[in-house]
Design a protein around this ligand. Structure first.
Ligand code: AMP
Ligand code: ZN
Length: 460
């Protein structure tokens, strides 16, 4: 069976044919590093990690290049830096914020079992490429300078009939309707109300770089140009897959396509555009004001990362996902089962019943159903299939202690209480042994007595 992927641009599932099977190339928009990442941000990380693993399985580990950027220049970063480090010069404070949040992000996504991408470029290290693309766009008449800004004109793009894609094609919008429906209070320096910023002047104290297109004042890039520049540098003018959350289709990805295709005169930027659906929490939109905003970091205090990973993959990546406590508890039970069955088994080839649904546009719910069906069957194939999906990163023993860590239960204390209870039972002091059992239950620990002795686990 061949790999088929859903493409947002053509709005259909198509067989995946790489431009070069020896160098399969994927770009995914990464985080803006100003705060802890929330559980919604974990969705593209996990979904595209599964795709990365599947592509490596199909084409070979060394033949897949996955680029996920870090956006380290942004107003939100500047605001955070000024708030958290008021005594420091802004640029120093910004470096502190981006370093700290970058580290937190890595710790979080490592715990989710996501492989590091092949390259993790930072926007601030690609200003030269951004300037180069902007220069090309101005020269070719798709962008213009106004009051120290450089603006891109979607109308100039659509007036060109020499083989460029149409602005609006990716997000399925008509430029005429966008023009008619645009806000009336657009910035006075814009010639058209749908023109967007490629470069803008920096305010005093803000990060700034020499500007392109003959602008004297120093400035900084707009958001969209960053991804065009980093994708170009690491993957070229035209590559295989571009991904991100559904919220990025417009304007971010529409504008990336416009910039890249107009600068390099390409009909396409990526051959497949893939977007994950949104995540909501207990049936509500996640937001700080509703008090249901959860960070990956907070969840990892209560659950091993693999539980979060499984919980994410139980829903198909294009569907919306409802993140609930109940579902997390079920995911934890499932993983307990898999760890018990397969963690210490030498992995075999992944089962066809698991790989085939993945080949069908990453149908992870069906792959997980197949894994459930393998209970009692070929354990080596189960172990290999679980590893393909990024599970069983630990041994069974490590899994137990990870769960204990996440639950905040002190394993040594539990062992001590169990020994005390065993002693009480052997002297037939059942009052005391019941008291200790209740104490353990109150700590969230369930015990089981058998001929071999007493075992325990975290009760959820
Ligand atoms: P941001 O840092 O907001 O640009 O988001 C980083 C990535 O997370 C992007 O690919 C977003 O589309 C994605 N994302 C943000 N919020 C959610 C959410 N609630 N559900 C799914 N994906 C999200
Ligand atoms: Zn991007």
């Amino acid at each position: 069976m061949e790999l088929r992927l859903h493409d947002t641009l053509s709005r259909e599932k198509r067989p995946f044919v790489p431009l070069d099977a020896k160098n399969v190339r994927m770009y995914v928009c990464g985080p803006t590093v100003y705060d802890f990442a929330h559980i919604g941000n974990a969705r593209p990380v996990i979904v595209f990690d599964v795709l990365f693993r599947l592509l490596r399985h199909l084409y070979g580990d060394a033949r897949v290049k996955y680029v996920r950027n870090i956006t380290d220049v942004d107003d939100k970063i500047n605001d955070r830096a000024a708030r958290d480090f008021p005594g420091l010069p802004l640029n120093e404070a910004i470096r502190k914020v981006t370093e700290q949040t970058g580290k937190q992000f890595h710790a979080d996504v490592d715990a989710l079992g996501a492989l590091r991408p092949s390259v993790e470029p930072r926007a601030t290290e690609h200003i030269g490429e951004m300037r180069e693309i902007i220069e090309r766009l101005v020269k070719a008449g798709f962008a213009y300078v106004a009051e120290d800004h450089v603006l891109f004109s979607p109308q100039a793009m659509n007036a060109d009939n020499t083989g460029l894609p149409r602005y609006g094609a990716l997000s399925n919008r008509s430029l005429d309707e966008m023009v008619a429906g645009a806000r009336v209070d657009v910035a006075p320096y814009k010639k058209g109300n749908t023109d967007f910023v490629l470069w803008k002047p920096s305010k005093p104290g803000e990060p700034s770089w020499p500007s392109p297109a003959g602008i004297k004042a120093e400035g900084r890039p707009g958001w969209h140009i960053e991804c065009s520049a980093m994708a170009w540098k690491h993957l070229g003018e035209h590559f295989d897959i571009h991904g991100g959350g559904i919220d990025l289709v417009f304007p971010h990805h529409e504008n990336e396509v416009a910039q890249t295709c107009c600068a390099f005169h390409q009909q396409r930027m990526a051959n497949y555009w893939m977007h994950n659906g949104f995540l909501q929490v207990e049936s509500e939109k996640m937001s700080k004001s509703l008090g249901n905003f959860i960070t990956i970091h907070e969840l990892l205090a209560d659950w091993p990362g693999e539980v979060l990973r499984l919980n994410m993959l139980k829903t198909h990546y294009r569907s919306p996902i409802d993140w609930t406590m109940k579902s997390l508890e079920e995911s934890a039970k499932t993983l307990d089962d898999w760890y018990r069955l397969a963690a210490d088994v030498e992995p075999g080839r992944p089962a066809a019943s698991v790989v085939e649904p993945l080949l069908d546009d990453l149908n992870t719910p069906l792959a997980i159903a197949a894994l459930h069906g393998m209970r009692g069957g070929d354990v080596a194939a189960l172990a290999g299939s679980l590893r393909l999906l990024g599970f069983l990163s630990a041994s069974a023993g490590q899994w137990e202690s990870r769960k204990q860590q996440a639950s905040g239960v002190d394993a040594k204390e539990v062992e001590r209480l169990i020994a005390e209870r065993t002693a009480a039972r052997s002297r037939k002091d059942f009052g005391e042994s019941d008291r200790i059992r209740d104490l353990l239950a109150a700590m969230g620990v369930a015990i089981k007595d058998s001929k071999e002795g007493t075992t325990w686990e975290i009760a959820r």
